[in-house]
Design a binder for this molecule. Structure first.
Ligand SMILES: [Zn+2]
Length: 470
């Protein structure tokens, strides 16, 4: 078993005592953390000198839509409704398996570069997303986004696809890929459908990932249609519980916050998306005060437009200070908890990731503290939350494997990923601008992807074949 020693770093453990070791070391054995402390003995196959570096748990992006990186910057500064109807949905209708694979790879590259080691994803063509995650070396909890629209036949088909992902990919890639059921939202899925999803999730022992009370309009519509707010509706259907991952949770009343606390449901805060789409401000400080472990997510790159969790932490801290006119309401340490420990709890992985502790999975990142934007070093956690961006990350390790070192990606060929994403975007947004030959290559790639065999490295091989000489 390979041993890696991370030596003499500024270790932010996020353990129960929130210990910060000014000169600490972490020993990794295989995919686990074997030891953490000021004096770590034992021989290692590889020593990473971490002097001048912060060592912290990998960040957890608890809500995103990875293939939407292809939509980055395509339609900004619009109202939510026309944004969805006129821009996003028409292009989504053109999406094919190869596009989602390329978009997911692009997202993985961006996440590794900005210190995210695990993410919760919901979208279409999730088998291809799973393959991209497998290749990238990241950890993820994936769900197929089911949109039933109250049409029973459509619901059957959607549920079948959601179930297929769970059956085939839960625990794949040495346990790095996990799955959930992903009914899109209470305004796109009927109560009867949601109830069935609840039963399925219990049957498979997996969580449910959905959007909840994101906009005022959604709450109004659900109340008009079903006579109660989305949170109460989910409660009446038996869906509120510890394995419910609920993105946004912006429009909540006090009673609903209590319901979330009582049932153990897991809200995910997406401050940038909420600001950009002008959805509103989620009562995060209140939820945290009530003991709810609110996690943090970027949402998709169409509504952010970045997957940088450092940026997200800063927004999460600032939005509430400004909104409540109370600079003490979101301290930096609490925000870092949201991006690490709470993310792990939200994904049901609190025993495995989220902190640097003996026995946990070896998912951690090294941040280069020796640079102008992080100097001088009064409070390391403050520097990480208020003065950083993803660019400060030097090294990323997931499951004991080094995915980036000295800002160079090791698990993915960045140039190839960028090229694939460009090609997918030009096919989607500029039909006809792609050239006959390239289109044939894409069709070939997609045909192969459609076969959906779970064979390691298959997609890379297919890609290579489709782009001979590149
Ligand atoms: Zn979302």
């Amino acid at each position: 078993m390979e041993k890696i020693l991370i030596k003499d770093g500024y270790v932010i453990t996020m353990d129960a005592r929130r210990r910060v070791l000014r000169r600490g070391s972490v020993l990794l054995e295989g995919n686990r953390i074997a030891e953490v402390g000021e004096e770590v003995k034992g021989k290692a196959d590889l020593v990473i000198e971490a002097r001048g570096m912060a060592v912290l748990p990998g960040l957890i992006n608890a809500h995103t839509h990875s293939p939407m990186t292809l939509f980055r910057g395509f339609a900004d500064d619009m109202e939510l409704d026309p944004w969805l109807r006129e821009k996003i949905w028409p292009v989504e209708a053109k999406l094919r398996a190869g596009d989602c694979y390329a978009g997911a790879l692009l997202a993985c590259a961006e996440m590794i570069r900005s210190g995210t080691t695990c993410f919760a994803d919901m979208y279409f063509f999730m088998e291809e997303v799973a393959e991209a995650v497998g290749e990238s070396g990241l950890r993820a909890s994936l769900s197929y986004g089911m949109i039933e629209l109250g049409v029973p036949e459509r619901g059957e088909e959607e549920l079948r696809k959601g179930e297929k992902l769970v059956r085939e990919y839960h625990g794949a890639f040495g346990g790095r890929v996990l799955t959930m059921f992903g009914p899109h939202a209470p305004y796109t899925c009927s109560p009867e459908f949601l109830r069935r999803v609840g039963e399925k999730a219990r049957e498979y022992g997996v969580g449910i990932h959905l959007h909840l009370s994101e906009t005022e309009k959604e709450v109004r519509e659900v109340r008009e249609r079903y006579g109660q707010t989305p949170v109460r509706l989910l409660h009446s259907l038996g869906l509120l519980g510890p394995r419910l991952l609920a993105a946004h949770c912006v429009w909540l009343d006090g009673e609903e916050v209590e319901l979330l606390a009582k049932t153990g449901a897991k809200p995910v805060h997406n401050p940038t998306s909420n600001l950009k789409l002008a959805s509103g401000v989620s009562p995060v400080p209140l939820m945290l005060e009530r003991g709810i472990p609110v996690a943090l997510g970027t949402d998709g790159a169409a509504s952010n437009n970045s997957l940088d969790m450092f940026q997200e932490m800063k927004f999460a801290a600032l939005i509430h200070k400004g909104w409540e006119r109370k600079p003490t309401c979101m301290p930096a340490g609490r925000v870092l908890e949201m991006a690490t420990l709470n993310g792990a709890t939200a994904l049901g992985l609190e025993g495995e990731i989220g902190s640097i502790e003996r026995g946990k999975k070896a998912d951690l990142i090294l941040v280069n503290l020796r640079q102008p934007r992080l100097s001088p070093l009064h409070q390391v956690v403050s520097q990480l939350v208020y003065a950083s961006s993803g660019e400060v990350v030097d090294t990323v390790i997931v499951d004991g494997r080094i995915l980036m070192r000295g800002r160079k990606l090791l698990s993915l060929d960045e140039e190839k990923v960028l090229k694939m994403a460009d090609e997918a975007a030009s096919r989607l947004f500029e039909e006809g601008d792609f050239g006959e030959e390239s289109r044939d290559e894409w069709l070939e790639l997609e045909e192969e992807l459609e076969k959906k065999k779970r064979k390691k490295g298959k997609y890379r091989a297919v890609y290579r074949r489709a782009h001979k000489g590149t």
